[in-house]
Design a protein around this ligand. Structure first.
Ligand code: BGC
Length: 754
């Protein structure tokens, strides 16, 4: 008989050898106890040349291959910034026709930015990331942070406005929220894609100072503070190279200066040169227009620039494998955070929580531009009959507009939201007033609406005016929409004014009823020739699934508006810097010579206005805007105390703190955004009159007062010195200006930088 100790040691030997075998069975790249960089090197050492090349380019419209032999999964990407796009067919943009891919649409990024509330950004990212995760996506193609340069840019609604500081602060929590789900963001479109017209066929000419001060900061914040795991290169050219294969933007700035370790992916079809794609910092190629794709060739993806052509160059010894290994290393790093991350949550879709997030962001993003005579909030005791007029009260807005188009579980229309909120006490009646766009389909996703209308414009206007006359309140809901040449990808707006004769309709309604609120649904500023004729104007953006409910809550006063404009509304187009000084849509002579029509004849666009973008321009040139950057009213009133600084002088490596009290002096609870602008009083270079360097949203009950604190260091005082290629804070006097809009500074305090 074996002794007990012998049995125990036999067991120990057997289990140890079993474990040894078992540990041997786990290769390092799959061993979660090993450091990621070691796992990456191990995976890399096991991959064949062909497997590495395969990882660098798409295998379908929205996916790229992993390494099946090693159990490394594919990457699945999806648009876009406002919700998870519907499934599309393997090789086509058309929706696949699934019945289980409808999601919640969140407010467009302009609306998010208009909340000036970083918590809203985190909530947005977290909820959207959960939906992306549930839909088994690994990379979300967004957020967009291209700066608002012209109100004609068709894609402004997907971006966060004209200010690099506001955009930078708002984008970081969004990224962190999405990525907390093990889903990567892809901040886009890097860089200088500030208009849609000629986006594939233009070359931007810009000075270094403007590039670093205005157009790069949001991207830098997204990758250095937000740690966005991927970034999307843009379509346009900079220094004569396409942005998605651009030595300066990708290698010199992103990967060297900012030390970026993530993945650069191309915009869809933005690559057109293998050598540049290899050497200039691109890691992953999507959407190339190879002949294979348009001709239905089965090996289309093999013809991508980073596919067979790359392999061939390596095999012929014309390029080495250093760049290849770097690209694959980055992709594997991404895999360990997403596809191979076993600790990520499972996500969920269209939950009650997500609906609440969408509704709240919408409510906080709505901007009350004007409210003479307090037409709003609607007094329910006086509102026996409410007229709702305008096409945008009944038009689905989540379908259309380009790649951010969605297939939603539902979209509450403004008219439905207003009926739901007021319908019990008041008679809510609708008249269209004008006909705009009756389309309602994008890539096979249908809005399901029939907006056809046979009556004449006069008949529609007469009906609207008659209804307005017989009502206690008139809510006009108009603006732009997601049709081509409106707020839409791929082309720009043709003019600054409202389309479809809405100006006349609004003027007629203003004459018919003095209790008129004009609600504009758009992602862009518009001309308002009737601004002095109407008492009340609301900027309501594109608010997604909860649009109608968010709007009704603000109209009723259930929610006190607290949104602030993330970009300037100029009176007329020529008041905008890019249109007055810069080139738009491109150089005039080249335009006349037919440049920009194709990639062989690109057109140059000079950003002559330099750093004077948005309010920087209006302030400095003293051009009064229609509505200024940072503007937004409330149903209550606020008072700012006197700003104080904790010191009079600061040294170069010091910090300085400003405090100010904000008091709610009205009768309703509400929120105010305290905005800190810095003004350099004397400088050796041109500086804008002031620049936003801090903001804080404060919620206050009636009578309540809170102290707001801003701490800055010299980065808030610096300009980019192109000669030195560095930021410089010049000693001298500065002013901290605090207010609730760029044109409403309430208090200021001077200080000196030593
Ligand atoms: C757009 C991107 C989008 C991609 C995929 C491109 O045309 O510019 O923003 O993510 O398509 O749909």
């Amino acid at each position: 008989m074996l002794k007990k100790t012998a049995i125990v040691s036999l067991f120990t030997i057997i289990s140890a050898s079993y474990m040894a075998q078992n540990t041997k069975a786990i290769p390092v790249y799959l061993d979660e106890s090993k450091p990621v960089e070691q796992r990456i090197q191990d995976a890399l050492s096991k991959m064949t040349l062909e497997e590495k090349i395969a990882m660098l380019h798409a295998q379908s419209k929205f996916s790229s291959p992993g390494v099946p032999r090693l159990g490394i999964p594919e990457f699945w990407t999806t648009d876009g910034p406002h919700g998870v796009r519907s499934e599309v067919k393997w090789d086509e943009w058309d929706q696949a026709g699934w019945t289980n891919d409808s999601i919640i649409a969140y407010p467009a990024l302009t609306a998010l930015s208009a909340t000036w509330n970083k918590n809203m950004s985190w909530n947005y990212g977290k909820a959207l990331g959960e939906e992306a995760r549930y839909r088994k996506k690994d990379i979300l193609l967004g957020p967009g942070v291209n700066i608002y340069r012209t109100p004609l840019n068709g894609r402004n609604f997907e971006y966060m406005g004209e200010d690099p500081f506001l955009t930078s602060k708002m984008v970081v929590p969004y990224i962190k929220g999405v990525q907390s789900n093990g889903v990567a963001t892809s901040v886009k479109h890097y860089a200088l894609n500030n208009q849609e017209m000629f986006r594939h066929t233009s070359n931007v000419i810009i000075d270094d100072r403007t590039l670093y001060e205005i157009y790069l900061p949001p991207f830098k914040a997204a990758v250095t503070e937000g740690d966005s795991w991927t970034i999307m290169g843009a379509y346009d050219m900079y220094k004569g190279q396409y942005a998605s294969q651009n030595q300066y933007l990708l290698n010199d700035i992103l990967k060297k200066e900012w030390n970026y370790k993530g993945v650069v992916l191309s915009d869809w079809g933005a690559v057109n040169n293998t050598e540049q794609a290899i050497h200039n910092g691109l890691d992953l190629e999507f959407g190339s227009w190879t002949n294979g794709l348009s001709e239905g060739h089965s090996n289309a993806y093999d013809s991508y620039y980073l596919a067979q052509p790359y392999l061939k160059l390596i095999k012929e010894g014309k390029v080495g494998t250093k760049e290849l290994d770097d690209k694959v290393t980055r992709l594997l790093r991404l895999a360990y955070k997403t596809t191979m991350n076993r600790n990520k949550p499972f996500g969920n879709i269209a939950s009650e929580e997500h609906k609440a997030v969408a509704k709240e962001i919408g409510e906080e993003g709505i901007v009350l531009l004007k409210n003479q005579g307090n037409v709003l909030p609607i007094d329910i005791n006086k509102a026996k009959k409410i007229a709702v007029i305008g096409e945008n009260a009944i038009k689905i807005m989540t379908v259309g507009g380009g790649s951010s188009s969605l297939k939603v579980k539902y979209e509450t229309l403004p008219l439905d939201g207003i009926k739901a909120r007021f319908g019990k006490q008041a008679d809510v009646q609708y008249a269209r007033g004008y006909v705009g766009d009756i389309g309602g389909e994008y890539n096979g996703v249908k809005s399901g609406q029939n907006l056809k209308e046979d009556r004449s414009p006069e008949a529609l206007l007469n009906e609207a005016v008659a209804l307005a006359k017989s009502s206690d309140y008139v809510i006009f809901v108009g603006g732009l929409n997601k049709a081509d040449f409106q707020d839409s990808e791929g082309n720009d707006r043709k003019s600054y004014g409202l389309p479809y004769n809405q100006d006349n309709v609004i003027s007629a309604l203003a004459k018919a009823n003095k209790n008129l609120a004009v609600v504009l649904v758009s992602g862009n500023a518009v001309a308002m020739p009737w601004v002095n004729e109407v008492p009340t104007i609301v900027q309501a953006w594109y608010l997604g699934s909860e649009a109608g409910n968010s709007l009704a809550a603000v109209l009723a006063g259930d929610v006190n508006p607290s949104g602030k404009l993330p970009f300037t509304f100029p009176v007329k187009l020529e008041d905008n810097a890019a249109h007055q000084l810069g080139e738009y849509p491109g150089n005039k002579e080249e335009l006349a010579a037919g440049k920009g029509k194709d990639q062989k004849n690109p057109i140059n666009i000079k950003y002559n206005e330099g750093i004077l973008v948005g309010y920087r321009w209006h302030d400095t040139k003293k051009i009064k805007p229609l509505f200024s950057f940072g503007h937004g009213l409330s149903y209550t009133t606020f008072e700012f105390g006197k700003a104080k600084a904790d010191k009079k002088e600061m040294s170069q490596d010091d910090k300085i703190t400003f405090t100010v009290t904000v008091k709610n002096t009205g009768k309703r609870a509400g929120a105010e955004v305290a905005q800190l602008y810095i003004s350099d009083l004397k400088s050796s270079v041109q500086r804008p009159t002031k620049e936003l360097k801090g903001f804080e949203k404060v919620f206050l009950n009636p009578g309540e007062e809170k102290e707001v604190t801003f701490t800055i260091d010299k980065t808030a005082l610096s300009f980019f010195d192109a000669g030195k290629h560095d930021w410089v804070a010049e000693p001298g006097d500065f002013e901290a200006l605090i207010g609730n809009s760029s044109d409403a500074i309430k208090t200021k305090v001077r200080f000196t930088l030593k």
